[in-house]
Each structure stands twice: as structure tokens, then as C-alpha cells.
Design a binder for this molecule. Structure first.
Ligand code: FBP
Length: 546
């Protein structure tokens, strides 16, 4: 058994808080039939068996007897704090329904279902992982579940293990795939239910029904702690500008939440940059102005928060990436197999406009942008050093301004990327409670025969007892979007809403933060102490639901 820290031992004994509706015997309350958020006719046609189902809510109820059943669970995609609590919630939930029920975990993501790699999750295993971060109990992976052969391979092992329902814990794509799988098994009358669960630190799986995805709370609090520490260091030594890139893939929710927590000098929001059609030079000028203004007060230090996906939102770079994605998968490129991608691309293999953009980028950055794609053909934004690109361009601009007499200070930059260190952090009380409630909710959806639903918990800015648990038909969240050249039903990714309360609160204060040293040092996640400290939600949720 792995050695445990004193905190881990204390946390293992923590009993997650549950909404009243899930605390004892549970009844189900069904609402009116639902519609998809858009493209109703197309979505209905594609999901004849799972379309139009009602929203459901769990409320205190009578004791009932349940026949024994086995359940399977999959962790899909990037790690997010609280995943183990979803599993312990499912485990406790199904054991309460009938102690003979069993839970199986498929290993290393959806691939475990297809390749028949699994393990039984026993009480002993669950107890080892309660309230811990990470996905290491069963592992995770990014195999896309979308082919009929995969579904058929899955049903073989589900039948062999007598599994009646499968819970897929994942982001927007994994839950879309869960919906497709639910429809497929329903259409074939295979008798296996499929339930989804909203996971991702990125915070981009949210809509009218999902208030937040799990993991966002802990990851943002972890990043805010270290950014706060850096800000205190910067304010002590007064000699460095810190360029901090934050995970989050396309959406800037994490950067925005951290900005609201720590009040940095600069926080870039990709969605705003796209909306305003800003160029790389506009962004660099904005940061250089902050450096110049602060230098006038003798403050040659500061912090800049940069969302991971920024470069994909700068219109000129976006156009370049779109062409690169095509060219780098073309036959001409595969045939040429050049040693130097940039040189080959600039040798007449890109349009004039995009070649000019590529040539204008620093060499190391151009090399990263033209490097290997992920399995879905996307640029691996977590590997691109935007923080270094920006600081070197700011340094160059300030050098020009110095010659012109416009800048009179000093500029010395340090770089950080906060991503992986937050994804497996020990879950905050919010995530521990929220995830456990999602797991119990999933077990109730299964007990009530539901398929094609995602487990949800609402009212999350209130104390946990007042949270409302239930389920939403995944088809309700679908719309049609172009993917790889074809129209597909997908859950819409939620980017930062520039008219939303969190962004407006940030925009109203950022000019002051840019010039002043208005830093907040939030400190670590607190588990013991007053509820207003230990059970605090993110600023994003607070603003969105105030
Ligand atoms: P999910 O969307 O699967 O939750 O993953 C989120 C994320 O952490 C992103 O923020 C990041 O860009 C990406 O995963 C990194 O992927 P990988 O784990 O494959 O390096």
C-alpha cells in the first residue's frame, strides 16, 4: 500500500456532503419532454430513441427494493480533480440500492471497453481513493468512442460481465459519444443504459443545465494559490515580470477565474481578442504599455496571465493554423517528409498571406506551431510556449520604445506554465462534494432505467444540502456543427461569454489592476475551518448565479 501523508489520512475520512434529495431514500420527479438547443429536426432524426426525454430531479422518497445489477465506469480524457469521488459516489449509490451490486472500471479510458481491459472496483479499492485527486484508480485515455465496431466490441464485454449500465465520465466530446452509444444500444435493444458525467478542468462544458464541470474549482484554486505566491514574490523583489500560461485548451475560463481571484496586472482573454480582431502586435503593445506605465512609478515587475489557446484566437494565426492543418496532412507533405517543416512550408507550400504570418514569427515558435498534431489533428496548444513568444516580442518592442525615449524602465521576464500541476490536485470540498453527488445521481439514473442522460447537480452556489440533483437528456444539449468537413451532432463548447457577469466584473476592474499593484494572495485550498473559507465556490459561479 502506498505511503500516505497526514493530510491524505485525514481527508480519507471526509464524508462528502450530499443534496437533501440524495441523502436517504430517493424518488424521481419528471418534467416536461425536452427539445435540443438547436437543429431540433436533424437531432431528433439521429436520436429517435433518446430524443425528447424529460428532465429529472431527485427528491426524498420511499424505500424501494431493487434487483441486483452490475455497472461499468470509464474515465475519459484529461484528468480533473474529483474523478475518484464520482466513482465512490456511484459505488456507494449502487451498494445502497442493493449490496449485491458490483462496479467494474474499464482501464485507461474508452479504449478499455473496446479492448476488454477492466477490473472490479471493490470496497477496499474505493476506500483507498476517497477524496483523492487523479484518475489513477482505473486510468484515463483519449480513445474516441464513435465507430460501430467499437460499440459492438463493447457490448460483448458488457454482456460477459452482466453490466446493465455504463457511466462515461468526460468532457463535451466524450458526453456526445456517450449519447451516440446510448442511442445505438437503445436502437439495438441491447438492454444497456449509458449515462454521462460532466468533467473537465477547462470549464467549457456548461450550459443552462450544467452549472460547472467538475475539476474547474480545484484546478483554478490551485493555480490561483501559486500565482498569488508568485505575485507576492514579484512584489517583494520588484524585479521580474512573470508571464504565466494557464491550461484550458480553447476557452479562457481558467485564466479569467484566476484573474478574478488574484487581480494580476494583465490577463488576456482569447474570446475578446477574437471578437476585437486583434493582431499579435496589438496584444504585445497592450502588455508593453502596462510595463511602461508601471515603470513610471518605479514598478519594474508584474504578472501577465495567458490562456493556453490564445494563439488559435488571433485571427491571422488562426488562418495560418487552419491551412497548416490541411497542408501538414496532405499527400505532398507526407511524400516530402521534410526535415525542416518551416523551411519546406515557406518554399511555396503555403498561401502568400499565411507564409508571411509564419515568417514573421520567432523561429522556435514557428517550429512549435508546425510540429506534430494530436490524434484528432489539433495543434497541441499545451506544448506551444506562447508565454515565451509574448515576452520576447514585448522585450523587442520595449527596446524600440527605449530608443525612442518612450520607455524608461527595466524589463526582465520569467515564464511559467500551470496546467498539469492542477489537474490531479486533491479535490476542494466543492469538487469532493459535487463529484460524489454526481456519482450518486448517476446511480439513481441507472436505478430508474434512464439512458442517454447526464448526471447533474444544480443550485451549487448554495450550501450542499440545498443542491438539486437530477439528470438531463444529453440530446437536449446537442446542436449540429461541422467536424472534419461533416455536420455532426455535438454538445456546444461554452467559451467565455463577453456579456456574462464574470467577464464584465473583470473588464470593470482591469485598468486599475494594470497600473496598480492590486494583487490578492488567495493561499491554498482549505479543508478545515469556517464554511465561508472551506466551501467557497469559484468567482465564476458566484458572478454567474448572484
Ligand atoms: P479534457 O478536455 O479532456 O478535460 O482535457 C483538458 C486538458 O487538461 C486541457 O486543458 C489541455 O489542453 C489538455 O487536456 C492537455 O492534454 P493532454 O493531457 O493530452 O496533454
Amino acid at each position: 500500500m502506498a505511503k500516505k501523508s497526514t493530510l491524505q489520512i485525514a481527508r480519507a475520512a471526509y464524508s462528502p456532503k450530499l443534496p437533501l434529495g440524495l441523502q436517504g431514500n430517493v424518488s424521481i420527479k419528471e418534467g416536461e419532454p425536452t427539445q435540443s438547443v438547436a437543429d431540433q429536426e436533424e437531432v431528433k432524426k439521429l436520436f429517435p430513441n433518446t430524443y425528447g426525454l424529460p428532465l429529472v430531479e431527485f427528491v426524498p422518497g420511499e424505500q424501494k427494493a431493487y434487483a441486483p445489477m452490475n455497472v461499468g465506469v470509464i474515465l475519459s480524457g484529461g484528468q480533473a480533480p474529483g474523478g475518484h469521488n464520482v466513482i465512490s459516489g456511484i459505488f456507494d449509490g449502487i451498494k445502497r440500492l442493493n449490496p449485491a451490486n458490483k462496479l467494474y472500471g474499464f482501464l485507461l479510458g474508452p479504449g478499455g471497453l473496446v479492448d476488454h481491459k477492466y477490473m472490479e472496483i471493490t470496497a477496499e479499492i474505493v476506500d483507498e481513493y476517497r477524496n483523492t485527486g487523479g484518475f489513477d484508480m482505473i486510468g484515463s485515455g483519449r480513445t474516441k468512442l464513435e465507430q460501430e465496431e467499437q460499440f459492438e466490441s463493447g457490448i460483448q464485454i458488457l454482456r460477459e460481465l452482466g453490466i446493465k449500465a455504463l457511466v462515461i465520465i468526460g468532457g463535451d466530446d466524450s458526453n456526445t459519444n456517450a449519447c451516440v452509444l446510448a442511442e445505438y444500444y437503445a436502437a439495438k435493444n441491447y438492454g444497456v443504459q449509458v449515462i454521462g458525467c460532466p468533467k473537465t478542468i477547462d470549464g467549457d462544458l456548461k450550459n443552462d443545465q450544467i452549472e460547472t464541470s467538475f475539476g474547474f474549482d480545484t484546478a483554478c484554486k490551485t493555480y490561483s494559490e501559486v500565482i498569488g505566491n508568485i505575485q507576492r514574490d514579484a512584489n517583494s523583489a520588484k524585479k521580474y515580470w512573470h508571464f504565466i500560461k494557464l491550461m484550458g485548451r480553447s476557452a479562457s475560463h481558467i485564466a479569467l477565474e484566476c484573474a478574478l481571484e488574484v487581480q494580476p496586472n494583465v490577463c488576456l482573454v482569447s474570446e475578446e481578442i477574437q471578437e476585437k480582431g486583434q493582431s499579435l502586435d496589438d496584444i504585445v503593445t497592450y502588455i508593453a504599455e502596462a510595463v511602461t506605465e508601471r515603470a513610471k512609478d518605479g514598478n519594474n515587475f508584474g504578472t501577465v496571465l495567458i490562456p493556453e489557446g490564445l494563439i488559435e484566437f488571433i485571427p491571422a494565426v488562426k488562418r495560418l493554423i487552419a491551412e497548416l492543418n490541411d497542408v501538414l496532412s496532405s499527400e505532398a507533405y507526407l511524400k516530402a517528409q521534410p526535415e525542416d517543416n518551416v523551411a519546406w512550408l515557406l518554399d511555396g507550400n503555403l498561401s502568400a498571406e499565411n507564409a508571411a504570418t509564419l515568417a514573421s514569427l520567432p523561429a522556435s515558435f514557428a517550429a512549435q506551431l508546425t510540429g506534430e498534431r494530436d490524434p484528432h489533428g489539433n495543434v497541441q496548444v499545451s506544448l506551444i510556449e506562447t508565454e515565451k513568444l509574448l515576452s520576447s516580442m514585448v522585450a523587442a518592442k520595449l527596446a524600440e520604445w527605449k530608443v525612442a525615449g518612450k520607455f524608461n524602465g527595466k524589463f526582465s521576464a520569467l515564464h511559467h506554465f500551470f496546467g498539469y500541476e492542477g489537474r490531479c490536485a486533491a479535490p476542494s470540498n466543492f469538487d469532493a462534494d459535487y463529484c460524489y453527488s454526481l456519482g450518486v445521481s448517476a446511480s439513481q439514473l441507472i436505478a430508474n432505467g434512464k439512458t442517454g442522460y447526464m448526471a447533474i447537480v444544480k443550485n451549487t452556489t448554495k450550501p450542499a444540502a440545498e443542491w438539486v440533483a437530477g439528470g438531463v437528456p444529453i440530446t437536449m444539449m446537442l446542436n449540429m456543427e461541422k467536424r472534419n468537413g461533416q455536420m455532426k451532432p455535438v454538445i456546444r463548447k461554452a467559451l467565455v461569454d463577453l456579456n456574462g457577469a464574470p467577464f464584465k466584473a473583470f473588464a470593470a476592474q482591469r485598468d486599475e489592476w494594470k497600473k496598480q499593484t492590486a494583487y490578492v494572495y488567495p493561499g491554498p485550498i482549505q479543508y478545515f475551518g469556517p464554511s465561508e473559507v472551506c466551501d467557497k465556490t469559484t468567482e465564476t459561479l458566484r458572478y454567474e448565479h448572484q
